[in-house]
Write a protein that binds this ligand. Sequence first.
Ligand SMILES: O=C(O)CCC(=O)C(=O)O
Ligand SMILES: [Fe+2]
Length: 198
Amino acid sequence: MVERLQGDEGDEMTILPLIETNEQYAQNLIPVADKLLGWLSRGLGLEDGEMKQGLGGEDLTYMLKINYYPPCPCPDLALGVAPHTDMSAITILVPNEVQGLQVFKDDHWYDVAYIPNALIIHIGDQVQILSNGKYKSVYHRTTVNKDKTRMSWPMFLEPPLEFEVGPIPKLISQDNPPKYKTKKFKDYVYCKLNKLSQ
Ligand SMILES: O=C(O)CCC(=O)C(=O)O
Ligand SMILES: [Fe+2]
């Protein structure tokens, strides 16, 4: 459904309801995700489509979350999101211009620079599993700002809940045994949320 409203200047504005906007955004991300997963496959010596296939192929799900971080009077005492890795395969994130995302590397937290119109891509746990640990899911967190509201729109690309994810068999050998169990994505989520061993 498309709604038309009169703007302040008398011009006609088109308002797309959130669901429709999300759907269009997800549709536009499909070729982006295909490219990213293709490059990740190639990086492991696989055919372009193999990583996507290991995540459910065309059934890969796109889940949008909207993060809202209001100004915080004591930003040194609070975090927006606690340190974590994403459970997704990959996450495609758009932030607003307020600094907040940090990634952990070599014992330090580094600010992720805001670049207008750039997408931020996180490797998530499912790509780490598929690649048998060759790709590492990124450990990250967010800080909050004293005066400004920060927002971010991460799209989590995830296998269907019933789909089994494990190291891609071609990558496994006697010298490179599986480092992760093959399990349904829903079981992975359950174990991670409940802090059970994987
Ligand atoms: O707000 C951000 O930049 C990242 C949020 C995040 O890590 C998450 O929602 O998983
Ligand atoms: Fe995250």
